[in-house]
Design a protein around this ligand. Structure first.
Ligand SMILES: [Zn+2]
Length: 186
């Protein structure tokens, strides 16, 4: 009797897992995909495509792609829409994970946050607003605390490639999450 009960709950757990992949599963899918892309890239270079690949993916674009892909895999994921629940991405932020609780209240789980174009954008706007709030606060409080807050970015001419790589890397990481969740574009 007991054995049968355990087996049933185990099965329920498995079927739940299939329907909604865990954070760890999402991370694994993204990392494996990244590995496959890296192998494809390395293989392409050995096949005399080095110059073409270099032109299509200049170093700033590559760096930005990798960085934003990893951020989108570990730190900014669609499942941040779970306000109260434990989410791996939120845990990866440490204490700062609390900053995402309002986002979870604003967006219902697997709603707009899990759409293909607007979903990833909601998180970018949210984090941009947080950054803005922080810099306004820092600029206002800084002089009283005896320090100056200055933000400088030097990208020069490479900013276009950098931005493009960053957008593609971030969106791809989010789209892999949606595909794993069984959500189609549109
Ligand atoms: Zn999800």
């Amino acid at each position: 009797m007991i054995l049968r009960y355990d087996l049933n709950s185990e099965l329920r757990l498995i079927s739940y897992d299939v329907a909604v992949p865990s954070g760890r599963t999402h991370e694994t899918i993204n990392l494996v995909t990244l590995g496959v892309m890296a192998v494809g890239y390395a293989y392409g270079r050995t096949q005399g495509l080095a110059a073409d690949l270099e032109a299509a993916l200049p170093p700033p674009a590559r760096t930005a792609f990798l960085a934003s892909y990893l951020v989108g895999t570990f730190l900014i994921t669609p499942d941040l829409d779970l306000a109260e629940n434990q989410v791996r991405a939120k845990e990866n932020w440490g204490l700062l994970g609390l900053l995402w609780v309002p986002y979870g209240h604003l967006f219902k789980h697997r709603g707009l946050s899990h759409s293909w174009l607007l979903g990833p954008l909601t998180r970018l706007i949210y984090i941009a607003l947080l950054g803005l709030l922080f810099s306004v606060l820092a600029a206002a409080l800084g002089p009283h605390l005896g320090y100056e807050f200055r933000f400088e970015a030097q990208l020069g001419d490479a900013w276009r490639e950098f931005a493009l790589g960053a957008v593609i890397g971030y969106y791809l990481s989010q789209w892999l999450h949606l595909i794993a969740d069984g959500i189609r574009p549109g």
